[in-house]
Design a protein around this ligand. Sequence first.
Ligand SMILES: [Mg+2]
Length: 199
Amino acid sequence: MNYQTILFDFDGVLCKGRFYEKTLLPDYPEVYDWIQLNIFKDKELVRRWMRNQIDSIEINKLISQNTGIEYEILKKLYKESVRNIKLDDKLVGLAKSIKLSGKKIGIVTDNMDIFTQITVPNHRLNVLFDVIINSADYGRLKNEDNGKSFDVALSDLGEKIESSLMIDDSESTIELYKKKGGHGFVYKNIEELKSFLRV
Ligand SMILES: [Mg+2]
């Protein structure tokens, strides 16, 4: 492995959990369905959420107003679902072993305010990863401003894009990363990644 730095996407790579799923779906299936249809299917709304142009409080108020679920109950179930989100332990283990071998590792994610508030401290991601860039903290998605979030991550690490690898399940993100001069891997599963990295 010749890369000095490895950057990981979060959703679809390190984690495949879903907001609201474990806590809301069992008791409030109609609210859960409303959210899927009116929040997550609305790609522009989700993008605004991930730029923090609308935050989790406003999103939950919107859901509460439209479905009748009490806001405080919804907020509690939302936060609980985020606390319950499981990471892919095998991939986290791989990230650890890469770090132990002397490389730098980071996360660049299009994500919500709640990622920085709960997911990062909950899984101590800031201890394992040398840099974490969450779109909600910068008001910018990965593919926007010619991928400036990657520049920010690499400059924080003091590393060059030419000696770095981005692992992401989005083909367009990997395309952009390569265009910027980096190496990229479109993630599907850990087995393929391991054989790509020859580890
Ligand atoms: Mg992803």
